[in-house]
Structures are given as C-alpha cells and as structure tokens.
Design a protein around this ligand. Structure first.
Ligand SMILES: [Zn+2]
Length: 307
C-alpha cells in the first residue's frame, strides 16, 4: 500500500515538474514547421482555441462603444523585463492601468505584455513579423490566474507589427534590455528606458477583430476575449532578428514562438468598427424622406378620390 502511494507521488511530481516544460516546434532550415504543437489537455481537445486566422470573409460586422484607456500613456512603473524561456515579458503592478468599453462588459487591469515573433494571428492568412499581447484580467477577480478559470475573465489586446524601413524606438527600449538577459531564461532586468503601453499600439484602435478564445500557451485556458487591431505598427527587419537571438530553456535560440492557427469551429468572428453616432443620424435622413414621400402620395391619392 505504502509502495503504491509512493509510486503515485513520484508520478505526480514528474507530471507537475514537466507541466512548464513545453516547447514550440523547431522549424527546419527552410523555416517550415515539421509538425504542429502537441501540448496535451485543453490545448489539444479544446473547441475555442487561439490563435486563429482572422479572415474578413468569415467575419460578421459589429459595432462597439469606444475603448477607454486609463493611464496607458504613463511609463510602466519599476518596469522589469523577464526572459520567460518562451518570450520576453514586461509585468505591470499598477492597478490603475485599465481598459473598459470596446464591448468588453467591465473594467480590466493590465497584468503583463509579451511578444511573439512571427505573429500568432494571421489576417486573411498573412502573417506579420511580430505580435504584442497586452494581457488584462477582469477587476472582479483577484488575479490573472483566478480570472483565467472563467470564460471572458481575461482580455488580451493583440498588436501586429509589419516590417518597415524605420526601426521602432519603443521596441528598441525592450531589445536593449533583452540583450542582457537573452541567454538566461528566468532572469529579469530593469528596463533601460521609459515604456508606455500607449506607444506600442496603433493610432487607430477602433477597428479590430473580436472573438472568444484561449491563452495561446499551455494550459490554453478558454477564458480570453480577444481584440486584434487591424492597423499594424512598424518594426525594422533587424529588430525582428534581435528577438530571434533570445534563448529558450534548452539553451537554443528561440527562432519563433507562435502557436499554429486553430479552427474557428462554432464561434463568431466579429469585425468591429466604432459605433458612429453621425452615421446613424445620416441613416435617419432617407428614412424621413421616405415617410414624407409616402405621406404626400397618400394625400394626393386621397384628394383625387375626393374629386
Ligand atoms: Zn501571447
């Protein structure tokens, strides 16, 4: 009996120790992925997984109230950059950095920001050089971990970066710091400069894709309201290559860290634009004209009947 319990304990410890030891498939020398990820559990069995291809043809139109960003223009306080072995991540501990509106149905606080090189989401099958994830949790939950156990408990904003001739000065702050920790997963360093979430986002934040999905790393919890802005931000080719020099927990270069696109299944993909009061007023004008024409027509018909 005792031996069985011990064997069970050992097995339990091995399974749990292995829980964080997952990897992105290594691309071959041509950059092509040989096989999809096999991360187990909900990552393999879920029906509402992320990322997905954001295909305009598969989307329905939506209109939401504008996003309201609180304290996004302020530099992150005591910002630390961590090499997680799967990405580089900047944590936020200021509870005043929040978003609401945008059809989210509550207020969400920013927990952390991290990058994927190349992008996880594709737009009409086109992949971008880089994708930033701004991870938030609903303030009704005590922590990101608690919120991640609930459907729509987490809100992630996805920002896509296209390749441009000009380097991105805000990304440079991250890369300058990353150079010191790139060979040491688990290590963190104070950010060498100021970094505000606002300046990592596109100017147009009212046109985006919206769908309900999951975290894109194990255990792939299906708790995320996704917002991926359609307007992208510029980053230079050289900057993208600097991300690829970051090492994973096996001491290898993390050449890319995006999960393969997942099936949409029975979910709605929404292409959202800001609700436009002016548009709606214009829409009233033809309706009023139609009513007046109808009324005049009725009067003419009635008067003809009288004679
Ligand atoms: Zn991510």
């Amino acid at each position: 009996m005792k031996r069985v319990s011990l064997a069970y304990l050992v097995a339990f410890l091995i399974v749990n120790a292995a829980a964080d030891e997952w990897n992105y498939p290594t691309p071959n020398s041509n950059g092509v992925m040989s096989e999809p990820e096999s991360w187990g559990g909900q990552c393999d069995n879920g029906r509402r997984q992320s990322p997905i291809d954001l295909a305009q043809a598969a989307a329905v139109r939506g209109e939401f109230a504008p996003f309201f960003f609180s304290n996004y223009k302020l530099p992150i306080k005591q910002a630390q950059l961590t090499n997680t072995g799967h990405s580089v991540q900047i944590s936020n501990r200021d509870p005043a950095v929040t978003i609401q509106g945008g059809g989210l149905g509550g207020r969400f606080v920013l927990d952390q920001m991290h990058f994927h090189w190349g992008s996880e989401h594709t737009i009409n099958s086109a992949r971008y050089g880089l994708e930033l994830h701004l991870v938030h949790h609903d303030i009704r939950y005590a922590s990101l971990e608690e919120a991640a156990a609930t459907r729509n408990g987490v809100a992630v904003l996805g920002v896509l970066f296209h390749v441009s001739a000009q380097p991105n000065m805000h990304i440079d702050v991250i890369l300058d710091t990353a150079a010191d920790i790139r060979n040491e997963p688990g290590k963190e360093a104070s950010l060498k400069g100021k970094l505000s979430p606002h300046y990592l986002m596109p100017a147009n934040r009212s046109t985006y894709f919206r769908y309900e999905g999951s975290l894109t790393t194990p255990a792939c919890a299906e708790s995320v309201i996704w917002t991926v802005f359609t307007d992208s931000v510029g980053v230079s080719l050289e900057q993208i290559e600097q991300f690829k020099a970051i090492h994973d927990q096996n001491g290898k270069e993390l050449l890319n860290n995006f999960r393969s696109v997942q099936p949409l299944n029975a979910r709605a993909l929404v292409y959202a634009t800001e609700w436009d009061q002016q548009d709606n007023n214009f829409a009233e004008v033809p309706r009023l004209h139609a009513m007046l024409i109808g009324l005049v027509g009725l009067l003419v018909a009635t008067s003809k009947c009288l004679y």
